[in-house]
Design a protein around this ligand. Structure first.
Ligand SMILES: C[S@@+](CC[C@H](N)C(=O)[O-])C[C@H]1O[C@@H](n2cnc3c(N)ncnc32)[C@H](O)[C@@H]1O
Length: 446
C-alpha cells in the first residue's frame, strides 16, 4: 500500500502497544480501492451491504426491490444495483444495500451503530428460541409494500420480532402469542420505544436493592414497563449463572447492572437513529391468545394487509422449557401453557390424511392447517402472507413440514407465489438445516 495515500485525517488511537497514529477506515478503503482497482469496492453508487453473503440474500434483495422501486437491475458480480424510484424512501427502507446513490442507508446506520446485522434496537433484549431475523421481516414488509396505513399480523409473535420491526418502520401491527413470556417480551420491546429516557436511570445502589426485592419476590413498580423490564433482566441474569461460570467474578449484581446498561445503550442508539432520520415509531398491539381461537376476535375478520409469521417448528424447540426460570418465579403452570401449543390440544381426531405419520405429527399438522385457515380469514382480499418454516427431524426422520405448509396454504384458498430457502449457516441445532419463506396471497374477491 502506498504510504502517501494514508497521510490525511489520521486518528490518534490508544492500543495495547501505546498511542499511535492510524489511518481512518475510509482512508484504508480508499487506498485499497486504488491498489486493487476492481476487487475491493463495488463499482457504482448503489451497492450491496457486506452482510449480503448467500444466494438467499440475493433473492431477498430481488424481492424487496420489487416492492420498493419502479424498475431495477441487479449486478451480483459487481455487487451493485441500478434502479428508478424514490431514492430517499428506498434509503430509509432497504435492508440489503449499504449505499443508495452514494448515501448510506438507514439499515447500514443501524448495523454500524449496534455492530450487528440483527441485534439492533431492542431485538436483542432477551434470548428467545426460534427468533426471526429482523432483516427478513424488514425485507418482507418492503416486498409487501406496507406503509403507515397498513396493518400487519403475526399470530405466532413469540418475543415480538415482527411487531418490533414494524414499529421501527412506522407500521401498525398486532402480535398474538400463547406464551406469557413471549407476551412480556414483545410488550417490552414495544413500550421501550415510547418511554422517557430518565425512567431508565437508576443508581448502582438502587439496582442492587431492586435485585434483592426481586429475589424476595416483593418487586413492584408503578410503571409497568419498568416492572417487566427489571424482571426480564433478572431472569436473564439468573439464566446466565445457570448456564456458565463465566460471570462468577462479576457477580449477580454486576451482571444485572451491566444488562440494564446494555438496554439503556440500545435506547440511546435507537433514539439517535430516530432523530437523525425523523422517524415516527408506531406502537403495536400485543395480545395473549391462541391462533386456533382467532375467529372469536370477530373484529379481526379481513382486517390485515399482511401476515408475516413463523409457527413453532414441530417439537424441535422447547419454547416453554427455555423460560423455566421465569415461569417458576411467576408460579405459572408450564404444563397448562404447553397444552395450548400447536399440536398439543387436538383430541386425536384427525381429519386429514397423513399416511404413515406418527399421531403427534398428524395432530400438529391438523392445528397448523387450522391456523393457516384462521390467518386467511383475518386477511383482507389481496392480503399477503409470508410463513417462515423449517423441517424438523423426528426419530431420525425428516418430516416434510415445508411442503405440507405450502399445501395447506393452497387448500385454504391462498395463491402460492414463491419459496425462498434460507440456510442457517453454522446452526447448532442440526435437526434444522435451514428455513424456508413461503410467500402467498389471498386472491381478490373471495
Ligand atoms: C417460531 S416461534 C416464533 C418466534 C418469533 N417469530 C420471534 O421472533 O420471537 C413460534 C411461537 O408460536 C407460539 N405458539 C405456539 N402455539 C401457539 C398457539 N396455539 N397460538 C399462538 N401462538 C402459539 C410459541 O409460543 C412461539 O412463541
Amino acid at each position: 500500500m502506498n504510504k502517501n495515500t494514508l497521510t490525511q485525517k489520521q486518528t490518534k488511537q490508544e492500543t495495547m502497544f501505546g498511542t499511535y497514529e492510524f489511518p481512518s477506515y475510509e482512508e484504508i478503503m480508499e487506498a485499497y480501492a486504488k491498489e486493487f482497482a476492481n476487487y475491493i469496492l463495488p463499482k457504482g453508487d448503489t451497492i450491496f451491504g457486506f452482510w449480503m453473503q448467500t444466494l438467499a440474500d440475493l433473492e431477498f434483495l430481488d424481492l424487496e426491490l420489487q416492492g420498493l422501486t419502479d424498475k431495477y437491475t441487479i449486478d451480483p458480480v459487481n455487487r451493485v444495483v441500478k434502479f428508478k424510484g424514490d431514492e430517499e424512501f428506498i434509503r430509509l427502507r432497504v435492508a440489503h444495500l449499504e449505499k443508495v446513490k452514494g448515501k448510506t442507508t438507514l439499515y447500514t446506520d443501524l448495523v454500524d451503530k449496534f455492530g450487528d446485522t440483527n441485534a439492533y434496537a431492542f431485538h436483542n433484549l432477551y434470548p428467545y428460541k426460534g427468533k426471526f431475523y429482523p432483516r427478513v421481516v424488514r425485507t418482507l414488509i418492503n416486498t409487501f409494500r406496507l406503509n403507515h396505513n397498513s396493518l400487519l399480523l403475526d399470530p405466532f409473535n413469540g418475543s415480538g420480532t415482527a411487531t418490533h420491526e414494524a414499529s421501527l418502520m412506522g407500521i401498525k401491527s398486532v402480535g398474538i402469542d400463547v406464551t406469557p413470556m413471549g407476551i412480556v417480551l414483545s410488550a417490552l420491546k414495544n413500550d421501550l420505544l415510547f418511554i422517557e429516557e430518565k425512567k431508565l436511570n437508576f443508581t448502582a445502589n438502587e439496582l442492587q436493592n431492586i435485585l434483592e426485592t426481586i429475589e424476595n419476590k416483593k418487586w413492584r413498580h408503578a410503571e409497568p414497563t419498568i416492572h417487566k423490564l427489571m424482571l426480564a433482566i433478572y431472569f436473564d441474569t439468573v439464566d446466565a449463572f445457570v448456564r456458565t461460570s463465566r460471570y462468577n467474578r462479576k457477580g449477580k449484581v454486576g451482571l444485572f447492572i451491566e444488562k440494564l446498561s446494555y438496554i439503556k445503550n440500545c435506547y440511546k442508539k435507537t433514539m439517535e437513529i430516530k432523530e437523525k432520520y425523523g422517524l415516527k415509531f408506531e406502537p403495536a398491539r400485543i395480545i395473549e391468545g391462541d391462533i386456533l381461537e382467532l375467529k372469536n376476535m370477530t373484529e379481526l375478520a379481513e382486517k390485515f394487509d399482511a401476515c408475516i409469521t413463523s409457527p413453532p417448528y414441530y417439537f424441535s424447540i422447547d419454547y416453554v422449557g427455555k423460560d423455566k426460570i421465569a415461569y417458576d418465579y411467576l408460579g405459572a403452570d408450564m404444563k397448562k401453557i404447553e397444552s395450548k401449543y400447536l399440536g398439543m390440544k387436538n383430541n386425536g381426531q384427525i381429519k386429514g390424511n397423513y399416511s404413515g405419520m406418527p399421531l403427534r405429527v398428524a395432530m400438529y399438522y391438523e392445528d397448523l392447517k387450522e391456523s393457516i385457515k384462521n390467518i386467511f380469514w383475518s386477511l383482507k382480499p389481496g392480503g399477503k402472507l409470508a410463513i417462515i418454516i423449517g423441517d424438523s427431524t423426528v426419530n431420525g426422520k425428516k418430516i416434510p413440514t415445508t411442503l405440507m405448509t405450502k399445501k395447506f396454504c393452497e387448500e385454504v384458498g391462498f395463491k402460492f407465489e414463491k419459496l425462498i430457502f434460507n440456510p442457517l449457516l453454522g446452526a447448532r441445532n442440526r435437526a434444522i438445516r435451514g428455513e424456508s419463506v413461503i410467500i402467498c396471497h389471498k386472491p381478490d374477491g373471495v
